[in-house]
Design a protein around this ligand. Sequence first.
Ligand code: NAD
Length: 481
Amino acid sequence: MLELKMYINGQWVESESGKTFAARNPATGEVIAHLPEGTREDARRAVAAANENKHRIAEMPVWERARLCERIAEVMEKRREELARILTLDQGKPYHTEAQFEVRKAAEGWRNAAEHIKWLETSFIPVEDPHKRVFTIRQPRGVYAIITPWNFPLNIPIEYLAPGLAAGNAIVWVPAPTTSAVAVKMVECLEEAEVPPGVVNLVTGPGPVVGDEIVAHPGTDAVGFTGSSATGEHIARRAAGKPLLLELGGNGPTIILEDADLERAVQVTAEGCFLNAGQICCATERILVHERVHEEVVQLLVSAAQKVRLGDPFDENTTMGPLNNEPTAQKMDRHLRDAQEKGATLLYGGRRAPEYGSDLFYQPTVVDKVPRDSALFQEESFGPVAPVTAASSDEELLRLANDNPLGLVSAVFTESARRAFYFAERLQTGIVNINDSTLYWELHLPFGGASGKRSGIGRLGGKYTLLEMTDLKTICWDIGG
Ligand code: NAD
């Protein structure tokens, strides 16, 4: 049992209220840690600390900031087993495959920011006035309020913290309550790597309290948020006027055409549905199949689901752990019930599997004939489900894909370049993957939602995050003469 604290102004502290909350292992229900239940006053202290200390990072030379990020990566690599273990205990993902992978990528995230900040060029702009010389510089925005979800409790925070620090911002971070134990462990790594005190502050507690306070507080200059569309839109209103980087929900349509390599298409699509028990913003959430290959695709999906091994996330044979929390499991229950009531056919799975250790285990599920007016089709499910809908033409498949309020990532499987471009240019998502699943992404690629959809604002990834997390300043110089 761990007794953990928050990190404010370089000190490990309790909540001023003295209250705590329990972190539970989703695979067993056991309490693994106690954490401070932060209050608005705790959040205000963190914002004040960030403001008092922001000069320490803003004035640090760029090469030194890059070196700081590299040191954090080194500490995380040194502590990788401890981090992966607490990640599995806190989140539920399989230790040997997914947790260790996430820790490896987390360290890479710090190195990625260290590299990109060194090569972030600006411009020298020709002007009409012959006496002027005009150029631009990029500067830190100041103090960032960062709020993150529980599905990738290391990687998603690092998508903001690493470029945020590399660019010279101070940070106040509120992690999701159900994965705050692993957040504390990451901040220990930052402390060990000698991030100056007060530059990164961690406040644990309920999002609507401590998260709301840091978003709306006049002492934070900008906001980075990953989470659901509803919370993101609420935060956008509370942070009105501040620069926003919002990464919200997805409902990943995947189009499988009759000329595709079906075995590969279904194999990677199933990974897109079942990895991290489907709790991924870019998960495959809807499988839209040309009716000529519908039967074959459905059979292949069922056999992929049969291969999934639910179980203890520390067991080497386990390929899927529990869901992280009860509201996510309830959403799966609701989506499956609603789809079947509206005429969908359940082909495999479809219920919770408490026999594996807790009520949060959910069977990998395949549902066919999913109607477009069902919640399973229209909303993000965020669980281990492969929902299939068939159509007879490219135009109809495109309409189905775009008939959705969300637009983050889509995928298309075809051997035809013409058809691939037909879809790639018309799909209303920020990213289109051709002949790979909705999951494919690398740390330096621009990632984010399409305009007009509810999947977010701005782009994460490599230099794109640095552009979002800095102010562009124009300097005009009259040289006389
Ligand atoms: P959520 O919106 O419920 O919570 C996200 C975070 O916001 C949590 O830390 C929570 O405590 C905090 N929060 C809740 N209410 C708040 C409020 N009123 N003010 C300030 N903070 C508040 O989302 P979740 O269930 O934790 O995460 C799952 C969602 O995240 C899914 O919709 C998923 O698609 C999305 N997501 C998006 C991306 C992306 O890059 N686009 C990546 C991962 C997850």
